[in-house]
Design a protein around this ligand. Sequence first.
Ligand code: PLP
Length: 412
Amino acid sequence: MNTGKTSSHIPMTQFAVVAGELQVGGQPLTRIAARIGQTPFYAYDRSLITARVAELRRALPDAIRLHYAMKANPMPALVCHMAGLVDGIDVASAGELQVALDSGCSPDEISFAGPGKRVEELQRAVAAGILVNVESARELPALADAGERLGVAARVALRVNPPFELKSSGMRMGGGPKPFGIDAEQVPALLGEIGRLGLAFEGFHIFAGSQNLQADAIIDAQQNAYRLAVELAAGAPAPVRVLNLGGGFGIPYFPGETRLPLDAIALNLEEIARRAAVDLPGTRLVLELGRYLVGEAGIYVCRVIDRKRSRGHTYLVTDGGLHHNLAASGNFGQVLRKNYPVMIGNRAGHEAAEPCTVVGPLCTPLDIIAAKVALPDAAVGDLVVVFQSGAYGASASPAAFLSHPACAEALV
Ligand SMILES: *Cc1c(COP(=O)(O)O)cnc(C)c1O
């Protein structure tokens, strides 16, 4: 449980500070900015990603396989780095599939989920030999067709929309009516259809939600997903080989939020793995995580281009904003806007001055990077750093809005 809520952000200690300057990948921020040759940019710290995966593996039982959900950050270099660390990659489009294949990840370990897979995407998935997490009855005959034409049996798992939700989740993607997956009640009929069509059935995918910081809610969802899978497996045309229990591990973005504790989740997964060895022998248990693996390893950096006073309040106007980092602006699923943790990257350790508001260059009041935040006195040319920006950043932002220059990305 997150108890002892405070009204401030937890310290962003994952990046070192040397001589008043934030370091990324062991290099000072201003040096990285010079190397990249422009602001704004995203910088992702390779060693932090490696450390995060290692930490997770130490905490979780060996039986749990870790997949990277690449929609969190599809930068090709980052996906290549990740391919060497995790056991598989989950994609959500044929475009992502291409990047996953290019990364060197074996097609055996790539799976494809998403509610609106086009026939052409399904054909490409079958040709690539990856596992398709089927989300609609419509996909089954299309997959069978594609397999027939290529002379292979399409590999399928069913993505199940469970009767339960992931409680206290930032984004709910299961329970009740949903466009995602197949309602659990409809699954038995589709399992029969999979057998009739001669598709290669491999298992189930049950993903209930995203951005959860409550270990007990995640444990609940995983237990429910496991029970449901065992129940559904009784009607399957072949033994379950893979059970994807989803993910949903969150990271702290806002004041009062703390890091997700892993110990109780790990204990619960150990128990599930023990039971699975009996109930579903030979089944691989998979967790698919996006933001938890990369979110804290990335920063978004923009430069102060103006400092203005308006009726007593200070505004720092930067060259970056919601067109590159929609989530930090509060417009990517937030109900009440709250600030991401920010700093002036070249003035670490300076005393905070009066509260100011950091905005972008867009001509809209939505373009806020941080509202009424205590920062040191910043000058034109200083570098504003937005932490927790490694996931759902560049690729989740409306880059063309207002026709400003694109941001750069670097894996450091
Ligand atoms: C978005 C998504 C994920 C990743 O969610 P995170 O919050 O980034 O961990 C995993 N699985 C599926 C099916 C998704 O749609």
